[in-house]
Design a protein around this ligand. Structure first.
Ligand code: ZN
Length: 432
């Protein structure tokens, strides 16, 4: 009796400790892909099987929640499923008991969400059957899964050998790995790792200055310190081909399904590439104390000439991500003539053509890259208009990119093959 009490006490204490620790931490989810080509036949079968078993178990319980949602179900070896010819028995042999628990917990959570919604007077239905189960919770670190970072592998409960995972190097040192999810997507299997990272560790990486950004067509992002970022993920030839093929095939036929799967896989690839770019750019900008952009710059473009180009580069997506994720974003009025203004003496030109890539000032003689000039103007105007005194007191001189910024930029953006970074000098020699 005392031992169980002791055990309960211990769990309670450790939960309390964790809660205290989490106050100084930030949760971050890493989306890691398994290397499908490195899986052997047995492992591939295992992956296919557990998602099937998860579906069977889920549907079996949902079909009769009152009688079937109980602790015994965690040990059940067989479930019955409905088929066009009646019912059939299916074995549950690959899902571990913790994985089953995770699936059952989800059902409980969904039920409680439904009843809460009902109490609020919202009309709710029942839990629906799933035709595809794509997301298996892995509850306990070191039991359902174990991260072997140095080996670039993760050991999953039920598989003998650890499997190769891409992107594990992204995990910071000394982070707490809390839980994971196993995800099935058209282009392969993923593991989503939830980690907790110390807030202090993140703060150290801050670059203590404000930065202005000019969004453009020739260079998608130009920062006021001279860093230029270009990226583009175009639709692949393969996806165009598959789309054509799909349109010729008979809907619902076996071949149509096959092509559709290939199409979804290719689509997922392109989507991932674009998403990764946005994440990386965001990660870089998050390091700056304040980020200033010209508001609504993009809307004007969308309606204009550059619609297609913007789609490929997804600038619109980046801006909305910036707005959601940066606490320190300062928008500058879109009607400010940031391209016509000289960033050194504030002389305003009548007009500057889109083809003129260099800004030359007739008054003070400044010769500067057109986009950097704009970015500096956005930075200056934004800081001047800000009411917050802490920001007002920041230096508005626009120094060149520092070594710290260079390394940070290269480290964050350099690993993506679709991003090109260049460092332009702020002041250029006048060439008369
Ligand atoms: Zn000037």
């Amino acid at each position: 009796m005392t031992t169980t009490l002791d055990k309960k006490q211990k769990i309670k204490e450790s939960l309390k400790k964790t809660k205290e620790k989490r106050k100084n931490q930030i949760a971050k989810v890493y989306q890691l892909k398994t290397s499908y080509t490195n899986l052997n036949k047995e492992q591939k079968q295992w992956f296919e099987r557990i998602f099937l078993e998860a579906k069977w178990l889920y549907n079996y319980v949902v079909a009769d929640i009152q009688n079937r949602l109980n602790p015994q179900i965690e040990k059940t070896k067989q479930v019955e499923i409905k088929t066009p010819n009646g019912t059939e028995t299916r074995e549950i042999k690959c899902l571990s008991s913790q994985m089953r628990q995770g699936i059952l917990d989800r059902i409980k959570k969904n039920l409680s969400d439904l009843s809460k919604a009902k109490q609020k007077g919202i009309k709710v239905g029942k839990l629906k059957f799933k035709t595809d189960y794509r997301n298996i919770p892995l509850k306990q670190n070191n039991i359902t899964f174990k991260v072997l970072k140095e080996k670039n592998r993760i050991k999953l409960q039920g598989l003998k050998k650890p499997i190769r995972i891409l992107g594990l190097h992204q995990l910071p040192e000394n982070c707490d790995i809390a839980k994971a999810e196993l995800i099935k997507k058209p282009d392969g299997y993923y593991i989503y790792l939830t980690c907790y990272i110390d807030k202090n560790q993140i703060k150290q990486e801050k670059i203590n200055k404000p930065i202005g950004i000019d969004f453009g067509i020739k260079h998608q992002l130009t920062l006021s310190n001279g860093i230029k970022i270009n990226y583009s993920v175009e639709e692949t030839k393969r996806i165009k081909k598959l789309q054509k093929k799909l349109s010729r095939q008979q809907k619902g036929s076996r071949n149509y399904q096959k092509t559709k799967q290939k199409f979804q896989k290719e689509h997922q690839k392109i989507y991932n590439r674009r998403k990764d770019i946005k994440n990386k750019i965001l990660a870089l900008l998050k390091r700056y104390e304040y980020v200033l952009i010209q508001d609504e710059q993009i809307k004007q473009w969308h309606s204009g000439l550059f619609g297609k180009q913007i789609q490929n580069t997804g600038i619109g997506g980046i801006i909305s991500r910036l707005k959601q994720n940066l606490e320190t974003l300062i928008p500058v009025d879109r009607y400010e003539a940031t391209t016509k203004l000289c960033s050194q003496c504030e002389n305003k030109k009548e007009d500057i053509k889109l083809s003129e890539r260099t800004y030359k000032c007739n008054i003070c003689g400044l010769v500067i890259d057109r986009d950097i000039n704009s970015a500096i103007n956005i930075l200056k105007i934004g800081l001047q208009k800000e009411e917050r005194t802490t920001i007002k007191n920041l230096p508005t001189d626009c120094g060149e990119v520092t070594p710290v910024e260079r390394t940070a930029t290269a480290r964050i953006l350099g690993s993506n093959p679709y991003i090109r970074i260049s460092y332009a000098s702020l002041k250029q020699e006048a060439t008369y």
